[in-house]
Design a binder for this molecule. Sequence first.
Ligand code: BGC
Length: 457
Amino acid sequence: MKAPKIQMELKENIFARELFGEDFKWGVSTAAYQIEGGHDLHGKGPSVWDVFTAKSGTILNGHHGNTACDFYNTYLEDIAMMKELGIPNFRFSLSWPRIIPNGTGEVNQSGIEFYNKVIDACLANDIEPWVTVYHWDLPHELELRGGWADRDIISWFKEYVAVCAKAFGDRVKYWMVLNEPMVFTGAGYFMGVHAPGKKGLTNFLPAAHHAVLAMAEGGRVLRQLIPTAEIGTTFSCSYIEPYTTSRKDVVAARRADALMNRLFIEPILGLGYPEEDLPVVKKLKKYYQPGDTELMQFDFDFIGIQNYTREIVKHSIFVPYLNAVLVKAGNRRVPTTAMGWEVYPPAIYHMLKKYSDYAGMPKIYITENGAAFPDVAADGKVNDTERVHYLRSYLRQVLKAKSEGVNVQGYFVWTLLDNFEWAEGYHPRFGLVHVDFDTQRRIIKSSGYWYKAFLNG
Ligand code: BGC
């Protein structure tokens, strides 16, 4: 009696997609360093991730992205597979050092050609390309000159954005300036667990301020050079709740929320940094120059929200400045993914509500949501029912927010292919498609077929 159940689920899926409306955008998201490989091919310069992963002890099992999913060579097949799955929108990022090997100066025409081919292949397959200009792979040469902690990054970045806009703006309508500034500045310049491996407030605070300015300036460059483009930028966010109702935990949760969910979007919206709830950002003033408050603002056409989980926060005297600590999901007896993140579908609903409450908030796309599970490939199949369940449950919450008036107009699964998951290497598998990293063989998982059925009926 399996067939009727599948039929029923299918019907429910078709019904659900229709409920989101005809214009709702559906897609998958990826990032250059996580899938491309070809790390030193055809004139590409090294990125901070090439250098960081080559150091011992930085990445689980010593993994690196030198080959990754080999998308640099397999993009035609991978785009054809997306077409087969009926995925109408493909979000991918451009590698800065593939386009400008030293970060500034000479442009690498082979890099431009590669992305031309990817964009053209998308369009030939009726897939809309959505481009992220920066998803963390800073040219190493620029890091040697101070990277995000140096104010010159703003002009280097504007130069790079202009090169991308001129090269691809005739065919790419949807642009995202930065991917998750909180993560690349926090993990890369405060905790040192991501490239370039820097630590401490004196690196983090200038990097954060320059990322905000570069985000707004990048938006302005795109708008000037491609007036018809839809321009956005993306933010990581986690729904935050205090561990107890004690005042200390509540205040700790508010501080964590200000850091993780508000620090980067509020200056863009013209609200400045959340100094009241996160006093340490007052130290940012040191990096201010006259006019910065205005420069930090930009009226994006959309905001990309990327949510995976909820965090429970409690007071701690051991964490300087923040006095807050996350209570790990593993210690809370809740369902978790292979990343150790809690599976908590209402998180995405709460984040949609929270962001849409801001005055002047433009439309929202969920530019990432997904989960890693310990998938097993057997007999050419991967039966990842947990992922199907995760995606459906989170989508129901997106629909709930939408039906309550939140202006959410799209949803992108993270991610198409199992890929290089930063500090965790290849261990966590997030894809709708399984990748054997020895042979580069792809197997569409049950979740991939589920998404196809959901999208295409
Ligand atoms: C990032 C992706 C990452 C995913 C899962 C997001 O923070 O944009 O690059 O792979 O989450 O960790």
